[in-house]
Ligand binder design. Structure first.
Ligand code: HEC
Ligand code: HEC
Length: 414
């Protein structure tokens, strides 16, 4: 009997201890005033509307967005009738494709970036070789590995297909008539394809300009649609709200201890916010973080080539197809071109990583754990200099950092 009582007592103490551990008093949140400022700066609620694009007169026109939406999912603009923008930018995968590199007619040179929130960046692509959404939209159409088409074919298609024809006219006025095959060949485009380039050169300067003008307008409609693809609130954003409200109970309900510790590392010892900052967790700048080349590829020269290309691009902000008569292009006018940009890659957003892998500019790294391993070691760069320093974090710390990154998941609006 006595024994029983002792045993019961022990059991009672044990259970009380266990529950005491589970329901220990709510701990004060670990954030200093400076941390709070950082958290607020990363918060979804700090994200303004996308900056206006003065070079695109229809950027925020709902009819243009409707036309752009159709074009985005239309396979008829591709050489084989099977590729659309959505072949690589799948809405179910946060507008990426789950592949190492994009796949259309052939294989793209790099990993597919998400289109969500791309309206916020002054530069597009991993190397920033375009300076607007509309000029970017034109290049997959002519890329032999993507849509594999040519601008003459595209402008003829869009200006004769009945639905597009009327949508186009409502937005931009009636399109020129491209029916005269003496003036307008069936296929033509500047660029590396000799046959297409020859046909292009044979056209008059004026006819080339009118083809370019319609081509640019098609890009502007697609851009209007892309501007509507915005991220949504994530669990991290709920946590920041709870911190700002000083609601400890809700903080604990929303974030586990590991996630809190991971966030502490992210904005602290791991120095991630040096580059992944602001509500989209990117500074949209170019950095060399020494990611290994894709097997069989030369090391990517990144921004140093991208900057040359954007300066030369005929559809850039300073060019004749911009809708801003004053050509206000501070980004392009004061663009950096220094040698530090060798191997520099544009920082990606960290929202929705669960559905945007494989990671890095060529999809070199398959998992988040692999990415963190890379930062922890910070190897020497194959080209240029690695800006990141080794972190020397322990396994549990890396796991917490990963747990935090996963809290940034939230499907985008579309
Ligand atoms: C064959 C696959 C493929 C197709 C088709 C394709 N893309 Fe992409 N897209 C990519 C790849 C790969 C990248 C990144 C390439 C790079 O940075 O060098 C990319 C990048 C982009 C970006 C840049 C995002 C950013 O933040 O830098 C946008 C915007 C985009 N594509 C829109 C489009 C549109 C619009 C179309 C259709 C007109 C299209 N894409 C067709 C594969 C594709
Ligand atoms: C010096 C700037 C810099 C720092 C510091 C930095 N990053 Fe990055 N991050 C980048 C750049 C640039 C890329 C793209 C690199 C590439 O593709 O070669 C990138 C890519 C990533 C990716 C892949 C995302 C994708 O969609 O492919 C993840 C995840 C990531 N970083 C997380 C982190 C974390 C976590 C930290 C802190 C440990 C961190 N980064 C620190 C600049 C930085």
């Amino acid at each position: 009997m006595r024994r029983m009582r002792q045993l019961l007592l022990l059991l009672l103490i044990g259970t009380a201890g266990y529950f005491g551990w589970m329901y220990r008093p709510v701990s004060p949140h670990p954030w200093s005033e400076a941390d709070l400022d950082t958290l607020r700066s990363l918060w979804f609620e700090s994200l303004p509307a996308p900056p206006e694009d003065l070079s695109n007169a229809v950027a925020d026109d709902g009819r243009a967005a409707l036309m752009g939406n159709r074009l985005f999912f239309d396979t008829r603009m591709s050489a084989n009738g099977e590729v659309s923008c959505a072949s690589c930018h799948d809405p179910d995968l946060e507008f990426t494709d789950g592949r190492h590199k994009g796949r259309g007619i052939g294989e793209s040179k790099r990993n597919t970036r998400s289109v969500v929130a791309s309206a916020y960046s002054p530069w597009l692509y991993w190397d920033g070789r375009r300076d607007s959404l509309w000029s970017q939209a034109l290049s997959p159409l002519e890329d032999p590995n993507e849509h594999g088409s040519n601008r003459m074919h595209i402008v003829r298609f869009v200006t004769t297909e009945p639905t597009y024809k009327s949508m186009y006219a409502a937005l931009f006025g009636p399109a020129p008539d491209f029916a005269d095959s003496n003036r307008y060949p069936s296929a033509a485009a500047p660029g590396n394809n000799e046959e297409l380039a020859r046909a292009w050169r044979q056209m008059s300067q004026q006819d080339r300009q009118s083809v370019n003008r319609v081509f640019a307008n098609i890009g502007k409609a697609i851009a209007a649609y892309e501007r509507t693809l915005l991220p949504e609130r994530s669990r991290f954003d709920d946590y920041v709200r709870a911190v700002i409200d000083d609601d400890r109970q809700r903080q604990q309900a929303v974030f586990s201890n590991d996630e809190v510790l991971g966030l502490q590392l992210f904005i602290g010892a791991a120095r991630c916010t040096e580059c992944h900052n602001g509500p989209l967790l990117t500074n949209d700048e170019f950095h060399n973080t020494a990611v290994l080349a894709f097997p069989g590829d030369l090391p990517d020269r990144g921004r140093i080539d991208g900057v040359r290309e954007v300066i030369e691009n005929e559809f850039n902000c300073l060019g004749e197809y911009s809708d801003d008569p004053q050509h206000r292009c501070p980004e392009l006018t004061f663009v950096r071109t220094d040698p530090e940009l060798v191997g520099a890659i544009r920082t990606p957003s960290l929202r929705n990583l669960a559905r945007t892998g494989p990671f890095m500019h060529k999809g070199q790294i398959d998992s988040l754990a692999g990415v963190l391993e890379h930062y922890n070691r910070a190897p020497d760069a194959m080209i240029g200099h690695n800006e990141a320093k080794p972190l020397g974090l322990s396994r549990p710390q890396l796991r917490r950092l990963e747990a935090f990154l996963e809290t940034l998941a939230a499907p985008s609006s579309r």
